[in-house]
Design a protein around this ligand. Structure first.
Ligand SMILES: [Cu+2]
Length: 280
């Protein structure tokens, strides 16, 4: 009876493990529960970063961990006091010392070459199809489309106001909208303290520094909404200034431009009006 009970229990545990492994929810664009590894890539840059991590760094990390674990176990068993009553008095071995200096150097060089390649590629901005400016404030993001004369602020949606499919702590009232498969140059700055504009799916992360404009770029390959967060500790509400970028088709983008120009212009007028009223 007891065996049967244990067998049922084991089966249950196994089932839980299998469902956990194979039925994880897959969002293309935001962190999900029990996620391991990176968010799914939506740009070439991020694909390269993920490939670098998965194909080179991870094998090196695993190999080193296994090797060190093996050495430790080997030393513990082979040289335990009962099996090795007279320990060796040796303190130096030139060959071993040369090897444990040279091999890590070689590993670092092997890692550095592709790493720098990706870094430099990200650093050179191709000819941009459109430019947006992100400005960090305590604690929200402001955006400008300098060529379109659009300016707006982007605040997090409070938990009580969340609509269906809006992720908690990530959804914002006004998303940045960009066309798919276009090079978007992002100018990043801040108005008060350091912030950082980061979007994992695009492989983008740049500090927003007051009095300085940093540049980065991305080319989103898939339509969808992508979420990121401020990534530089900027004060008490640092966790509540998310970044949301909506990637749409070219036609939808043109449509959004027309709507946005009107909507945000009206908001500016309203803001000026309230300021004037308050002054009088
Ligand atoms: Cu912050």
């Amino acid at each position: 009876m007891k065996e049967l009970y244990i067998a049922i229990k084991m089966k249950k545990i196994l089932l839980i493990i299998i469902t956990f492994l194979f039925t994880q929810k897959t969002f293309a664009n935001q962190p999900n529960e029990w996620q391991l590894g990176f968010q799914k890539a939506a740009s070439e840059s991020m694909r390269e970063i993920v490939a670098f991590h998965n194909n080179l760094l991870l094998p090196i990390i695993i190999a080193i961990s296994v090797f060190v674990l093996f050495l430790m176990l080997y030393a513990c068993i082979k040289f335990r006091a009962s099996a090795n009553p007279n320990p060796s008095k040796r303190t130096h071995n030139v060959t071993v010392e040369v090897l444990w200096t040279l091999i890590p150097c070689l590993i670092l060089i092997v890692m550095a070459v592709p790493s720098f390649k990706i870094l430099y590629k990200q650093d050179s901005i191709p000819k941009a199809d459109l430019t947006i400016k992100a400005i960090g404030y305590q604690w929200y993001w402001g955006y400008e489309y300098p060529d379109e004369n659009i300016i707006f602020d982007s605040y997090m949606v409070e938990e009580k106001d969340l609509q269906e499919n809006q992720p908690r702590l990530l959804a914002v009232d006004n998303e940045v909208v960009v066309p798919v498969n276009k090079v978007v140059k992002v100018l990043i700055t801040a108005n008060d303290v350091l912030h950082a504009w980061a979007l994992p799916s695009f492989g983008v992360k740049r500090d927003a520094v007051p009095g300085r404009i940093n540049e980065t770029w991305f080319k989103a390959e898939k339509v969808g909404t992508y979420y990121g967060q401020c990534s530089e500790l900027c004060g008490i509400k640092h966790a509540f200034m998310p970044i949301a970028v909506k990637v749409v088709s070219e036609e939808d983008y043109q449509e959004w431009l027309l709507e946005a120009k009107e909507k945000f212009a009206m908001e500016e007028i309203k803001k000026d009006y309230t300021i004037k009223l308050a002054k009088n």
